[in-house]
Design a protein around this ligand. Structure first.
Ligand code: HEM
Length: 368
């Protein structure tokens, strides 16, 4: 398989076609942005191509690079057709490309400075989820709510003070956001091994990833190197976190203002297949009653049946573009799962502090 590309600027690379043997495909022109060249050797961009067979029943993905990648026809033979009828050039940074992304974050960031960090966090998360699987939903939502307010800087973890009401005490977060104790415990363990090395913002990102693995068997690498912010404001949470009463335009504006796409928005909404929602009388209902502790694509089937819990869920059917994404995600669970990991990585890049910016908090609840 060879990729034909136009434009050599790595930061905004246009893929204009894909050739497979003598076949040439012209997928929708797709722009990959926010990917910087890898530090080692020649720049390598990775993509994952999703191929659908004419039967519409099988979908699988192929990792490739911008330059070229020769693959045997065997993967395509799975389609039982000489030519898959649709190429969805979609998504995704490959493992290699994910080593360096434009935000300045890198996979294996703590390899030298705190090699056990990711293991410690995973163990802590697994232990907590064994007792209460719902905390996994809380941690995935926590990453979203952190990133949408001031970027992914752990501002959501700061406690209120006499002088300031923090994000965590704003209506979108209080009383519903949960999992703070899991982050505290992971931070406590990590501080005892590598003092003031691992940021609280990275711990949230890892904990969300570990929750997705535990509850959905969805696995992805998390670029890290985020630093912690020093400001947290309830009012900013109200302004930046989308409301369940938003219409589609408002939802789209919210996500695109953070640099995420409409596809990302629909993909990430699949997180509403887990966890709970508070009703007005302070009791709770499961977000997706059939399998409330499994991160899967049943959410999309629920939405297609107009049974999404929130107005914002059902709004996804109100444009042909988002409705098609909903129906694709309902049909192709494995494809959605791969996209979910990738979209989580993109969400985790929003407005990050790196290098000398911010600080590494000693206690995630207070600034140093
Ligand atoms: C599209 C806009 C979104 C809106 C309007 C929205 C709104 C909500 C609301 C109102 C709840 C119920 C909270 C409660 O009462 O306890 C909720 C729960 C949840 N949301 Fe969202 N959400 C959105 C997107 C997302 C995204 C992008 C993610 C993660 C990637 C996410 C993950 C979750 C999870 C996991 C829960 C269950 C939390 C728990 O059980 O503790 N949501 N959401």
């Amino acid at each position: 398989m060879t990729l034909m590309s136009a434009g050599s600027r790595i930061a905004s690379h246009h893929i204009t076609g894909v050739s497979l043997g003598s076949h040439k495909f012209s997928p929708t022109r797709y722009t990959v942005s926010r990917v910087r060249h890898a530090s080692r050797g020649s720049p390598t961009l990775g993509f994952r191509f999703l191929w659908k067979c004419s039967s519409d029943r099988l979908a699988f993905s192929v990792d490739s690079t911008v330059q070229s990648d020769s693959r045997s026809g065997s993967q395509f033979d799975k389609c039982n057709t000489s030519r898959p009828h649709l190429v969805l050039v979609s998504v995704i940074e490959s493992r290699e490309a994910m080593m360096v992304v434009s935000s300045g974050l890198t996979v294996d960031f703590y390899k030298e400075t705190c090699p056990s960090a990711e293991d410690v966090i995973r163990e802590t998360v697994n232990k907590a989820l064994q007792k209460d699987a719902g905390l996994g939903a809380g941690l995935i939502r926590m990453h979203f709510h952190d990133c949408f307010v001031r970027g992914c800087d752990a501002s959501v973890l700061l406690d209120s003070t006499h002088a300031n009401t923090a994000e965590k005490d704003s209506p979108p977060n209080n009383p519903s956001l949960r999992g703070f104790e899991v982050i505290d415990e992971a931070k406590r363990m990590i501080e005892s091994k590598c003092p003031q090395t691992v940021s609280c913002a990275d711990i949230i990102a890892f904990a969300a990833r570990d929750s997705a693995l535990k509850l959905g068997n969805i696995s992805y690498s998390v670029p890290a190197g985020r630093r912690d912010g020093t400001v947290s404001s309830s009012a900013e949470a109200v302004v930046n976190i989308p409301s369940p009463s938003f219409n589609l335009t408002q939802l789209q504006d919210s996500f695109t203002s953070k640099g995420l796409s409409i596809d990302d928005m629909v993909t990430l909404s699949g997180a509403h297949s887990i966890g709970r929602a508070h009703t007005s009388n302070t009791s709770t209902v499961p977000m997706e009653p059939a399998t409330p502790n499994t991160l899967d694509n049943l959410y999309y089937k629920q939405v297609m049946d107009h049974k999404g819990l929130f107005g914002s869920d059902n709004e996804l059917l109100s444009s042909s573009v988002t409705a098609k994404l909903v129906s694709d995600n309902a049909k192709f669970g494995a494809v959605w799962a791969a996209k979910f990991g990738s979209a989580m990585v993109r969400m985790g890049n929003i407005g990050v502090l790196t290098g000398e910016e911010g600080e590494i908090r000693e206690n995630c609840r207070v600034v140093n």
